[in-house]
Ligand binder design. Sequence first.
Ligand code: 13P
Ligand code: SF4
Length: 307
Amino acid sequence: MESNIQKLNRLKKERNAVILAHYYQDSEIQDVADFLGDSLALAQAAKKTDAKVILFCGVHFMAETAKILNPDKIVLIPDLDAGCSLANSAPAPKFKEWVESHPNHYVISYINCSAEVKAMSDIICTSSNVDKIIAAVPKDKPICFAPDKYLGDYISKKTGRDMVLWNGSCQVHEIFSETEVINLTQQYPDAKILAHPECPQNLLVYADFVGSTSAIINQAKISEDKQFIILTEPGVIHQMKKNCPDKEFIPVGSIGGCACNECPYMRLNTIDKMISALENLEPQIILEPELMKKALIPLEKMLNLSN
Ligand code: 13P
Ligand code: SF4
């Protein structure tokens, strides 16, 4: 009898599909993906692919980005409810008011936002290119940064640029326990702390390295250190262990000890839902052509600056 993985591979061929997956997906999804990456690398891979169908194993804004870059392709997401608290924190009508109340500002939106918000932005950034994107904005131009106040605060301090910040956050990175970070540093005094810039400042002060998911994975690989405390969604640990079986990776738990350090949206995707998506060509990402055209402009600007 055909196993689930065999079925998935057969359907992938029949549909001429490519599977793109983010590092926060369950390990079994990471293992069947054709391409694995952070949000920038996934957008770049989506732009390059010549497959007819993209099965996007990540969250909705990432699949939307793939669709905007490929309006004529079928873009599937295993579970349409795979949203993002950051994207949800910036509803388009409120964002429009905010932008209009800051005339003459250059609007930079983190890629974790809806297509509507992208369409109202001057440029998009991710956590791996935010420095470059900000450096490209003329020094005398005031900046509005949305929707992640923590990434905005981090990058504003790092670059010295004054920024008006939207009040949004990632529910996963916001709820890491500072007490546990302190306890872990005492328990593992030699461990280096690798953190994602979506963490609030009270956590980032403990970090030895701050970067995107792919930068964190790479740092663990190139470092001579042997123990790492991971201040981001623990999905990244799968690749870290594969790359460096001799190193130890310690995830940080959440306030109250719940399993909220796993992104509840990312973890909605499953192998069964991937099979069903390829079988039925549903659920698809559907966007208005006019909206895609507008959202493509700031996305293309970002991609051109990221090469
Ligand atoms: P990366 O750009 O590092 O993949 O981050 C995406 C994300 O949603 C982190 O929570
Ligand atoms: Fe969104 Fe946070 Fe999940 Fe990343 S981890 S997809 S920012 S909710």
